[in-house]
Design a protein around this ligand. Sequence first.
Ligand code: B4P
Length: 187
Amino acid sequence: MRLLIMGPPGAGKGTQAVGLAERIGGAHISTGDIFRANVRDQTELGQTAQRYMDAGEYVPDEVTNAMVKDRLAQSDATEAFILDGYPRTVDQVSTLDGILAELGAPLDGVIELVVDPEELIQRLLKRAETSGRVDDTEDVVRHRQEVYTAETAPLLEVYGSRGLLIKVDGVGEVDEVSRRIDAALPS
Ligand code: B4P
């Protein structure tokens, strides 16, 4: 199964994608995690990504697209994957379409986690207490929500018009949300 998981910052994409990847037996590909690993290791990619992430902005498409293309070509992603946090822009959608067409690997579904905006802010401020993430301060968290609304929310319509969108209520215990996702997946 090949899936995307989408939703605003703090919706629980990463939280849900880890378990879901295990359940579908595929790769969990989180662009946020890959960027953070590169920042930690002080690679050239990490140095480019860091200034955007710290400000709550998106990393430029050409950087992100090349990174995902490379990752999707790895053997653990051949049969099944869940892409977490990608695509986030219209340009990333067309790049992903091209990559998947080349691989002959169409998507089976796009999960949208739906969570109320104020709940999102509270979750991320709570995460800030332990995460050490520079992009979890209140101003940056609010800016990330605005960037999501402007740049990424329109993508949901694109996938909706392709009949791929699976809306899931993201509020409740983590296990409860996981059960809702499993029940909504195509068989
Ligand atoms: P991401 O790492 O994707 O971060 P996120 O949107 O903050 O997190 P997510 O929705 O996964 O929430 P999580 O499970 O952690 O991106 C970070 C940055 O990287 C971006 O701002 C951007 O700069 C860059 N980037 C990444 N992808 C990019 C792309 N494609 N293009 C350009 N730039 C890109 O959950 C959040 C919190 O809620 C956690 O503390 C969790 O414990 C809690 N939580 C989860 N589920 C819960 C539940 N059911 N109830 C209560 N709390 C819950």
